[in-house]
Design a protein around this ligand. Structure first.
Ligand code: SF4
Length: 392
């Protein structure tokens, strides 16, 4: 039952409706406000003002070229420190190209993210992009987080503008938003060492925006951070967006506890996930999109999140490794029709977008082929091409 009688909540709602940016105290209040549905409903107002009834998705392929990484992130279940580790892998360039050839049917984007591998030459990272573009010149390459970009500049001793320019010349189209984790120094010190700090992460995006690249941004939540630190993280992103306007979408990333050294912590609850979508939608007034990454929060929450501020559910994500190594129980891929069904069932209008939010297709309500989504069990997708039991 709604308790919408709190004058402080009403004051925040007035600010939201009047276009006044919310403060850190406002954000923390919304996190603590007991009436989750009231917070969600306010976020939904903003979501519908900006994006109407549309929920975006895209059809993409994830490539994680290596899990060898010199950094030490306590929440990470993907990285293996040294190449000799039995579970370490580094894909060759022909393997990367072959993966796109084999699994690239119908995709418009390849999402490339991996470890910070210090024993491959700089050309490996450039050639990864070149190989993908050579195989499919039409596909958009969204590659390398700001943490990776910062590592490239430090390790290969190049100015950031050179790193970015060489990658753009190789075919880079935009940057994903990973590596942000949580900006607050107190929490970040406990979570990760050996990678870009908050200011360095933000500066990579600043420089990318100045070169005309659009980028995404993320926040890892549910580990050691406080609610104040979550809202502070959003405010730092909002400030950079005010400066450059280069962010496309904000993606809250729920911590997954399996296979990493923070495994004693519980995963964020469904309520925490929904509240984080809602609060971020309300704090980030200058962002066009909030993405619910279904692979992390599960299909059921991804559906409900579309009424709590999210207007994007990411993509078909063929063969995702990073969150499945951390215990994500979701399928590793959804077919296009399954994604559309997920959106329809949430009462939204599905729109297939390209990476830069150009519209490629809109739902016309035609019957969909394939199976019904049962979010409670893993299943293989309906075209039978993707195995869900990828060995890690
Ligand atoms: S999160 Fe990224 S940078 Fe950190 S250990 Fe894992 S792969 Fe390396």
């Amino acid at each position: 039952m709604s308790t919408r009688t709190d004058p402080r909540f009403d004051e925040i709602a007035s600010k939201v409706r009047g276009g006044t940016p919310l403060t850190l105290a406002d954000g923390v209040f919304l996190y603590r406000y007991p009436d989750l549905l009231a917070v969600g409903s306010l976020a939904n107002e903003v979501r519908e003002r900006l994006n109407g009834n549309k929920t975006y998705f895209n059809v993409n392929l994830h490539v994680n070229p290596t899990n060898v990484c010199v950094a030490d992130c306590k929440f990470c279940s993907f990285a293996r420190l040294r190449p000799g580790d039995p579970q370490a892998y580094t894909m060759t360039l022909p393997q990367i190209r072959a993966k796109l050839k084999e699994r690239g049917d119908g995709i418009t984007e390849v999402h490339v993210v991996g470890g910070l591998h210090d024993e491959v030459p700089w050309s490996y990272y450039l050639d990864t992009i070149r190989e993908l573009k050579a195989e499919r010149p039409d596909v958009h390459i969204k590659a390398y987080t700001a943490a990776e970009m910062h590592f490239f500049a430090e390790h290969y001793k190049m100015p950031m503008t050179q790193v970015l320019t060489e990658l753009i010349d190789a075919g880079l189209g935009s940057m994903p938003g990973g590596g942000a984790e949580i900006f607050a120094e107190r929490a970040r010190r406990k979570l990760c060492t050996g990678k870009a700090d908050a200011e360095q992460w933000l500066d990579v995006h600043r420089q990318a925006h100045r070169l005309g690249l659009r980028t995404n941004c993320t926040m890892l939540y549910g580990t050691v951070e406080t609610l104040e630190e979550r809202v502070d993280h959003m405010l730092r992103l909002r400030a950079l967006q005010e400066e450059t306007g280069g962010f496309q979408t904000f993606i809250p990333l729920a911590f997954h506890p399996e296979g990493n050294s923070l495994g004693k912590l519980p995963a964020p609850t469904g309520v925490d996930n929904l509240r984080t979508y809602a609060v971020s939608r309300l704090m980030l007034h200058n962002f066009g999109h909030i993405k619910a990454y279904w692979i992390m929060i599960g299909l059921a929450t991804a559906q409900v999140s579309q009424s709590f501020g999210a207007d994007d559910v990411d993509g078909t994500v063929q063969e995702e490794k990073i969150y499945h190594m951390a215990g994500a129980g979701t399928p590793q891929a959804l077919s296009r029709s399954e994604l559309v069904r997920l959106i329809r069932e949430a009462g939204r209008h599905a729109v297939e977008r390209d990476t830069l939010y150009g519209v490629r297709w809109e739902d016309d309500g035609a019957p969909l082929p394939g199976i019904r989504i049962d979010a409670s069990v893993p299943y293989s997708n309906n075209n039978g091409r993707i195995s869900l039991s990828v060995a890690h």
